[in-house]
Write a protein that binds this ligand. Structure first.
Ligand SMILES: [Zn+2]
Ligand SMILES: [Zn+2]
Length: 163
């Protein structure tokens, strides 16, 4: 499986670390990253945030699956003040670095969102698939999958080759 990565100009610095983490965690191949700014049409001027679902839909329509789009502005989905990222199973994910102040957090949330893309749900174990509602919660969870999630993935996607 090959993941297409997209990023805005300000997120270039995190790409290689995120790519390496995703390859290591999931055994997926990360394609060369393409620079792509979020379009104005997905910006909510009242909230001063980008609509993460609109961004997802833009890339989903282009059919390059799975994808990860890393952006520096803040993003939201309806009903939430903000999200770190949002994912569609089998399609792709959008991740915002806006509130993730360290490379470690960006990497962790990227692993989390791609877990959703590959079919994992939230997990209650000591696991990167724990739901985090704040930076503090994101900092506390590990950056690795628990064994239960690894086993689920192996069953769902036997072609993936990870440890
Ligand atoms: Zn999640
Ligand atoms: Zn887990």
């Amino acid at each position: 499986m090959r993941l297409s990565m997209f990023h805005d100009a300000r997120s270039r610095g995190v790409l290689s670390a995120v790519g390496i983490a995703l390859e290591r965690t999931y055994g997926i191949e990360v394609r060369e990253a393409l620079e792509r700014e979020p379009p104005r049409e997905a910006f909510n001027a009242r909230r001063r945030q980008f609509d993460a679902s609109a961004l997802l839909n833009i890339l989903a329509r282009e059919g390059r699956r799975p994808f990860l789009w890393i952006l520096s502005p803040d993003i939201y989905v309806k009903g939430m003040n903000f999200v770190f990222g949002v994912a569609l199973f089998g399609i792709g994910a959008v991740l915002s670095t806006h509130r993730l102040h360290s490379l470690d957090l960006v990497r962790k949330e990227a692993i989390h969102e791609i877990g959703h893309v590959l079919g994992l749900s939230h997990c209650e174990n000591e696991c990167v698939m724990q739901f985090s509602n704040s930076v503090a919660e994101a900092e506390m969870k590990p950056s690795e999958l628990c064994n239960e999630c690894k086993n689920k993935l192996r069953k769902m996607l036997p072609s993936l080759n990870f440890e």
